[in-house]
Design a protein around this ligand. Structure first.
Ligand code: HAM
Length: 486
């Protein structure tokens, strides 16, 4: 059997920019695209030479079949360096805002137990699970959101955590979604959550964080708004019509479909769930409200829904973000566990899906068999905001940033160049050590990677115990003693 450098072959095939079929002198195993394998393998011959060549051809055919699809699974993304720089830029803002609000970072596994995500209210998210059985027969999921993992960790930490706790996390989530703009099967979410605060101060802090993030990205309140409501509005309506409490979560999930399916379909689903026609009418009417005063007229001013919302709007004035938020009773959110104030950020042009969303979920822990702790938080995806930044021309192109390029002008100076690079790196500078290139290429490379300085290691300078430094922004050039190079 012909010995094929299989791994090498694959590496070459997958190297971007390497056009094998155009390489004139490439050996046969490097020309997988250049001839029709089936035509060749069909010409049979009894001679050993042609048998060898047939074996070789079959082997090549096999190799060809092994050429994998280089695209990632549908709905998922690769992050080549330029995309990774952008992602890091965004995540740094997430982290910085969290730090400014004095939140601590936590993390959990992407793979979680399926039981954590099984809920009965008919949420879309539970139908989109990437779930399977692992080799040990356990039902697991790739998490679709971070909140249940967060709750799990809070329960696990038990009494060792002092409340209130303020945690943030950035993690990848998986949902088998129908894909639209900004909606993917994999996305990263920045979550900020507060446990142990019953007062609306918690919601006010979270919305403050979201506003600070937008401001840092250059997004203004004329680009984006945050719609706020409370699930207690629906709860009050259900009470008015004596609808049993246990229908609450299911009603919320159905009502959240308004705008996605027709009003008639929503009404039908509500009735199927056991809501009376009068109550359905009452729910639909209340959901169209955009004025807190009218809500107060309907529900009265002594209910929690109105009191919470009024408090939030008053706090917003003191934080200075009133222009970002508005009351909109149609915001219910599609997740079953919310119990109080809910909010969603949206682009005012209405081109994109929700940029972020969250709310209060005071009763999630008891659904996991633990004692409840009041909690609220939000999830902010990486995909929708990038679409928005593109729309607004605000998407930066973070350049690669390298401090120095060290280049030996002579191959014999490679050891000396290693010493120079090593000493600079020990001082914390980022150094690209380049060799085997022409000086012209090195200058172009320096421009491409945005290097600040070029350190040339030359023979005569080295004899004098120096290297030559070129500052690329000013074109200034000087010689410096090796031990003084910093
Ligand atoms: P969610 O509304 O399902 O809430 O997701 C939060 C955010 O994640 C969305 O507003 C959006 O930015 C992003 N997102 C969700 N699904 C996708 C997708 N398929 N593709 C791209 N981006 C997506 C939650 O997940 C709650 N657990 C948030 C929360 C935290 N509530 C309290 N604490």
């Amino acid at each position: 059997m012909a010995a094929f450098p299989v791994l090498h072959y694959h590496r070459l095939l997958l190297r971007p920019g390497l056009h094998l079929s155009r390489t004139p002198f490439s050996p046969p195993f490097l020309r997988p695209f250049s001839f029709p394998v089936s035509a060749r393998s069909s010409s049979s011959s009894s001679s050993s030479a042609s048998t060898a060549s047939r074996d070789e051809t079959e082997e090549i055919a096999q190799q060809q079949q092994q050429l994998i699809d280089v695209n990632p699974p549908r709905g998922t993304r690769d992050f080549p360096p330029e995309d990774m720089r952008l992602r890091n830029w965004l995540f740094q803002h997430f982290r910085e805002v969290s730090r400014i609000l004095s939140f601590e970072e936590v993390d959990f596994p992407v793979l979680e137990s399926e039981a954590l995500f099984i809920r009965k209210a008919g949420e879309e998210i539970t139908q989109q699970l990437y779930n399977f059985e692992d080799k040990g027969g356990r039902r697991v999921v790739l998490r679709p959101e971070l909140t249940p993992s967060l709750a799990r960790l809070v329960i696990k930490q038990g009494k060792s955590v002092s409340l209130p706790l303020k945690w943030f996390t950035i993690g990848q989530c998986w949902r088998y979604e129908r894909m639209t703009r900004g909606r993917r099967r994999e996305h990263y979410q920045w979550n900020m959550d507060i446990f142990g605060v019953t007062r609306v101060r918690a919601e006010a802090e979270l919305i403050h964080a979201i506003v600070l993030l937008f401001e840092r990205l250059g997004i203004t309140s004329s680009d984006v708004g945050i719609r706020v409501s409370s699930r207690k509005v629906l709860q009050a309506v259900l009470q008015m019509y004596s609808i049993p409490e246990n229908l609450f979560a299911e009603v919320c999930v159905i009502v959240d479909k308004l705008g996605k399916i027709t009003k008639e379909e929503v009404e039908k689903e509500l009735m199927l769930a056991g809501v009376t026609p009068e109550a359905v009418k009452g729910i639909v009417e209340v959901l169209s409200l955009k004025s807190l005063e009218t809500l107060e007229e309907i529900l009265g001013s002594d209910g929690e829904a109105v009191a919470d919302l009024k408090k939030l709007f008053s706090l917003a004035e003191h934080y200075g973000y009133s222009q970002w938020i508005s009351f909109d009773a149609s915001v219910v959110r599609g997740l079953a566990y919310y119990t109080g104030i809910v909010f969603e950020a949206f682009d005012r042009e209405g081109k994109l899906r929700a940029i972020c969303g969250g709310g209060r979920y005071d009763r999630l822990l008891s659904t996991f068999g633990s004692e409840d702790i009041p909690a609220c938080g939000f999830g902010f995806g990486d995909a929708v905001v990038v679409e928005l930044l593109k729309e607004k021309g605000l998407l930066p192109d973070p350049a690669r940033q390298v401090d120095d390029i060290v280049f030996p002008l002579d191959v014999e100076l490679e050891d000396q160049a290693s010493m120079v690079a090593s000493s600079l790196r020990r001082k914390g500078r980022s150094v690209d050590l380049v060799e085997d290139r022409r000086l012209k290429w090195v200058f172009k490379h320096a421009e491409r990677i945005n290097a600040s300085r070029l350190i040339l290691v030359g023979n005569s300078e080295w004899q004098r115990g120096t290297v030559r430094v070129k500052v690329l922004s000013t074109r200034e050039e000087y010689e410096v003693k090796i031990n003084e190079l910093g």
